[in-house]
Design a protein around this ligand. Structure first.
Ligand SMILES: Nc1ncnc2c1ncn2[C@@H]1O[C@H](COP(=O)(O)OP(=O)(O)O)[C@@H](O)[C@H]1O
Ligand SMILES: [Mg+2]
Length: 345
C-alpha cells in the first residue's frame, strides 16, 4: 500500500482567465490530516473539487492511493464515484425526509443486515448509537454534522474531504465538535483534507497546514512551523497576531527599539522583526528592559492583551497570562523572548 494517499504534481486550475490554483505540488501521507487554510476565494474548495473529481485540472496530475485519477491532458479521468472519497460540506446536506439510519445507509451496497451492521458501526464511531430512527430536524447542529460524517465514512473511503464543516455551528459548539471530529478521523486512521479560513481551527486540528493565497500555496508545514517560522510577513500575520518592529540586522543580531536582539537566521540591513504578543514579557518599571507606557488593556480571564508604546513611539501588543491590572499611563518594562524571526524590509 502506498504511503502517499494523495499526491498532486504541478496542478493548475483555471476558470476562464482566473487562475484558481497555480502549480500545486504536494502529498499527504496515509492517516494524516492536512488543512488548507486561506481567505475566502483563495482556491480551497477548488482544491477539494479536483480531488473529488467534480472538476478536472487544466495542468498537472493527481494520484489518490497510488492511482492516477486525473491529468491536465484529460487522458485520464476517474469519476467521483470510483475515487473512494468521502465528502462533508458546510451545510451537512442530510436528506431531511430520511431518518438518521437511512441517511447513513444511503449509497451503501450489500444485504439489509450488512447495511444495518455498518450503520450501527458508524453511529457508534460518531457517538450516536441508537439514533437510527431519529429524524434530522430533531438533532442539534453538532449531531447533524456527526451524522454527515458517519454517512461519508460508511462506504469506507480511502480519503475524507471536509469543506468548512464547522462554520454553521456557533462558537462554543464548534470547539467541541471539531475535537470530536478529529478524534473520529484519527480513530478511523482516515487520510483527510480539511478546509477552513479559521487559523485556530487549522492549528488545533491538523498534522500539516497548507496556507494558500490567491491560488498559490505559500507554505506547507506543521502548525508550529507556520506559527513560529512563517515564510513571509503576510503568512505571519495570517497565522495570528504579530507585531512588526523595524530593526537593523547584522548577522544573528539586530538593533531595534527593544535593544539588541538575537535573530533566528543571520541577516543584514533593514529588517522587520516579527514578534508574537506572547513573546513579549511585561514587567514593573523598576525591572530591566525597555521602558514603555500602557495605552489600553483587554482582559480575557485567563490572559490579557495590553497595548503599549515605546519611548520612540513604537506601538506594541503584549499578551500575558498574569492577573496584574495594568492601567493606561502605567510605566512598564518590556523584554522579548529571542531568537526572533525577521523579514527583509
Ligand atoms: N465554477 C466557477 N466558475 C468560475 N469561477 C469560480 C468557480 N468556482 C470558483 N470560482 C472562483 O475561483 C476562485 C477560488 O474559489 P474557491 O475555490 O471556491 O475558493 P475558496 O473555497 O477558498 O473560497 C474564486 O475567485 C472564485 O470566485
Ligand atoms: Mg470554499
Amino acid at each position: 500500500m502506498p504511503n502517499k494517499m494523495i499526491e498532486l504534481q504541478a496542478v493548475t486550475k483555471r476558470y476562464g482567465n482566473l487562475v484558481a490554483l497555480h502549480n500545486v505540488t504536494m502529498s499527504v501521507p496515509r492517516g494524516a490530516i492536512l488543512t488548507l487554510l486561506g481567505p475566502s476565494g483563495c482556491g480551497k474548495t477548488t482544491f477539494l473539487r479536483l480531488l473529488a473529481g467534480i472538476q478536472t485540472p487544466d495542468e498537472g496530475a493527481i494520484w489518490l492511493n497510488g492511482r492516477l485519477v486525473a491529468d491536465g491532458g484529460g487522458k485520464t479521468f476517474v469519476p467521483p464515484e470510483d475515487r473512494r472519497v468521502g465528502l462533508v460540506f458546510q451545510d451537512y446536506a442530510l436528506f431531511p425526509h430520511l431518518d438518521v439510519g437511512h441517511n447513513v445507509a444511503f449509497g451503501l451496497k450489500g444485504t439489509r443486515q450488512e447495511k444495518a451492521a455498518r450503520v450501527a458501526d458508524m453511529l457508534a464511531l460518531v457517538g450516536l448509537t441508537g439514533y437510527e430512527r431519529r429524524m434530522p430536524y430533531l438533532l442539534s447542529g453538532g449531531q447533524q454534522q456527526r451524522v454527515a460524517l458517519a454517512r461519508a465514512l460508511a462506504p469506507l473511503p480511502d480519503i475524507m474531504l471536509l469543506d468548512e464543516p464547522f462554520s454553521n455551528l456557533d462558537t462554543a459548539l464548534r470547539t467541541q465538535v471539531r475535537s470530536e471530529v478529529r478524534d473520529i478521523l484519527r480513530q478511523a486512521n482516515m487520510t483527510t483534507v480539511f478546509v477552513t479560513h479559521d487559523q485556530q481551527e487549522a492549528l488545533s486540528l491538523s498534522d500539516r497546514v497548507a496556507v494558500i493565497f490567491d491560488g498559490v500555496v505559500q507554505q506547507l508545514g506543521t502548525p508550529q512551523e507556520l506559527y513560529n517560522t512563517p515564510c513571509s510577513a503576510e503568512v505571519a500575520a495570517f497565522m495570528g497576531e504579530a507585531n512588526f518592529v523595524p530593526a537593523e540586522a547584522s548577522g544573528t543580531k539586530a538593533l531595534s527599539p527593544l535593544g539588541e536582539v538575537n535573530l533566528f537566521q543571520p541577516m543584514r540591513g533593514p529588517v522587520r522583526l516579527m514578534i508574537r504578543p506572547e513573546r513579549l514579557h511585561i514587567e514593573p518599571p523598576h525591572a530591566e528592559g525597555t521602558l514603555a507606557l500602557v495605552q489600553w488593556r483587554e482582559y480575557y480571564g485567563r490572559s490579557q492583551r495590553i497595548g503599549v508604546k515605546l519611548e520612540d513611539g513604537t506601538p506594541l501588543v503584549v499578551s500575558t497570562d498574569t492577573q496584574v491590572a495594568y492601567e493606561r499611563g502605567d510605566r512598564v518594562r518590556l523584554t522579548v523572548f529571542a531568537p526572533l524571526l525577521a523579514f527583509a524590509s
